[in-house]
Design a protein around this ligand. Structure first.
Ligand SMILES: [Zn+2]
Length: 275
């Protein structure tokens, strides 16, 4: 857990746990070889990427960005409720949850058994992501999404009337969706501006920081549309570098909050300004 003051907003990173992955997730042999070289310091049999959710506190709001994996993913995940307890926030106090996208390591924490984990929260989903997961004929989806869609619909359905589908207009003062399609069709970064500073919760723009900051073209099977995902990744990386944006990355290394700069071998992370 780390927190920083971003203008008037307190931003707290909450580690849900480590998510195992393997080099087999990279279909292209040349890409895989490149990834192997970039992760050679890590144990190839125990590769993991962190999963973070973020809490924004401002005015009378306690807004989560993503919800971790809950009990729907690996046993190593699902620590978000404990992290919230550690910072003194009960599940009933969460006023809103902003989703970057509807993959299980981001929405799984929305559910507690067969009930909403955050019973008083609005569930805010960018419209194109909602259309893809909730309104598309299952038979028209890529096979990878077909396997996941039923569970996504069940969990979102638990929020009933409290599901809010939004465009790119502000959802709170200074907070709005910044589309970054590719990983999923409606994958969304949340842009948070306060007192002239910008923070971007960028979801899965980057999967494995050791790989994608210096070799953003390396394609993993997680991206439903690899070409669009790469285009979004490059555009977002340029934008955060050019605008001195603090990033809150779902899969960035501890503490999940960083600045991004251009170095000799591509992008690099610098510590964000912690108060
Ligand atoms: Zn993810």
């Amino acid at each position: 857990m780390s927190s920083l003051m971003h203008g008037k907003i307190e931003v707290i990173s909450l580690l849900d746990g480590p998510l195992p992955w393997s080099l087999d997730r990279i279909p292209d042999p040349a890409h895989r070889a490149e990834a192997e070289r970039l992760t050679e310091k890590d144990n190839p049999d125990a590769l993991t990427m962190p999963v973070y959710a973020f809490l924004l506190k401002f005015d009378d709001k306690k807004v989560l960005i993503d919800s971790g994996s809950g009990t729907l993913g690996y046993d190593t995940l699902g620590r978000l409720p404990k992290r919230l307890e550690d910072v003194g926030v009960g599940p009933n106090e969460i006023t809103d949850v902003l989703m970057t996208h509807l993959h299980r390591d981001h929405y799984g924490g929305l559910v507690n058994g067969d009930r909403p984990a955050f019973p008083n929260a609005n569930l805010i989903i960018h419209e194109p992501e909602a259309v893809f997961w909730l309104n598309t004929d299952v038979s028209a989806m890529p096979e990878r999404a077909q396997r996941a869609v039923e569970e996504a619909r069940r969990v979102v359905g638990l929020y009933g009337e409290r599901v809010r589908r939004v465009g790119t207009q502000e959802v709170f003062p200074g907070i709005r969706a910044r589309p970054s399609p590719g990983h999923t069709p409606g994958h969304t970064c949340w842009e948070v501006t306060s007192e002239g500073q910008i923070l971007l919760a960028w979801g899965d723009v980057i999967h494995v920081s050791q790989i994608h900051l210096s070799a953003p073209h390396v394609t993993m099977e997680y991206d439903l549309n690899p070409e669009a995902a790469l285009k979004s990744r490059l555009a977002i990386l340029d934008w955060v570098v050019d605008n001195n944006v603090t990033v809150a990355g779902a899969h960035l290394p501890e503490p999940g909050l960083w600045k991004v700069v251009k170095g000799e071998g591509g992008c690099e992370l610098l510590p964000a300004n912690f108060g």
